[in-house]
Design a protein around this ligand. Sequence first.
Ligand code: AVJ
Ligand code: FE
Length: 436
Amino acid sequence: AAALSEDALKELVAAELTAARDRSLGLTTGALPRPELTAQVSPLMSPLVWDLAHVGNYEELWLLRAAAGTAPMRPEIDTLYDAFEHPRAERPTLPLLAPDDARAYIAEVRAKVLDSLERVRFDTADPLTSGGFVYGMVVQHEHQHDETMLATHQLRRGEPALLDRAAPDLPVSPAPADEVLVPAGPFVMGSSDDPWAYDNERPGHVVDVPAYFIDTEPVTNAAYQRFIEDGGYDERRWWTDAGWQWRNASGKRAPAFWTREGSSWVRRRFGRVEPVPPDEAVQHVCWYEADAYARWAGKRLPTEAEWEKAARHDPETGRSRRYPWGDTWEEGRANLGQRLLHPTGAGTYASGASAYGVRKLMGDVWEWTSSDFHGYPGFRSFPYKEYSEVFFGPEYKVLRGGSWATHPLAVRGSFRNWDYPIRRQIFSGFRCARSL
Ligand code: AVJ
Ligand code: FE
């Protein structure tokens, strides 16, 4: 992107804003019964119509008011869509814009944004517009909420509302080994010059990582079933104190959306019930489950640095890549972008392997790491504290790599996601590591 002229960048921005909007509208129209847009499916989630108007309000705040210097369009609604003023559980009780009004508002914002794009200068001296940063931030934000809306869709009951495409015929070649050794040594974690990087990915800094083994594939449903069948949920020694507490209080004994049917497992996925595919990466597990599984397997979760070194470090050049396979996004190397509504089977996407031969570090499932969410050394919040900084601390665990639901523009090797260790409505799985 560094080589693109300002005009070319603006064309890209306009096209990506449009693509993101098509996706958002696709998740809030179609076969979805209209009352469900304003209903609350779970206290964990916002009504879909909240996400929709929030995306437009965020766009107004950053691309119109901040970047283009325009006056507020509807200042009275700002508080409704401020994620910090109203927790998710409370949102259905707010006087939210009705679906048609919400769509009209976000369309009006968008028209003004596209109009203002010609006037706004991408000023290299202004970090907000330099390289189109704030536009990239808004595109990513919309895609992030689209993924959140997919989690809402997964939680809802009733007739299926999303079209599931047939699984493509992907080449399958099993990884040569179940795990690989990453030798001890330094690598560059994070980035100081990625134009799309959020503040929490910055600055790039050298981390010296002791040697470790890391799994070449995420843990599959079949492997996870062995943990269940082996009594993994009943064995205190595999669980941390907090994990055991969660296990007792929640009563959970399998990933979310799974139910036992005779001697096998079925899962509910976007309104359809189907056998659990043994080969797919397990998803909808919380951090405590991932952590307990890893101990049962005689391993542990990778740290964030271990995950990122396996994904990005190129031992030949000493550089960190943007993606496991190289510096540019390439279609077909990862299961990202909601092309499917599920992870793929083990052995796929060999072409997406990292320099160390580790597969599926991008896409399929978000991967829990053992790390708490903290700022890197030299962290400075930008452009606002509420994106990352207010979440730093021991309550949140970091997830890496994106899921099948994550748009390619909203993830890269340095991207950091985070959530509470009890959460499993997200598209979360994991892989294991162990020290040498
Ligand atoms: C990075 C996924 C944790 O959804 O809370 C959306 C992204 N930030 N709006 C979230 C986000 C502001 C964020 N996560
Ligand atoms: Fe948001």
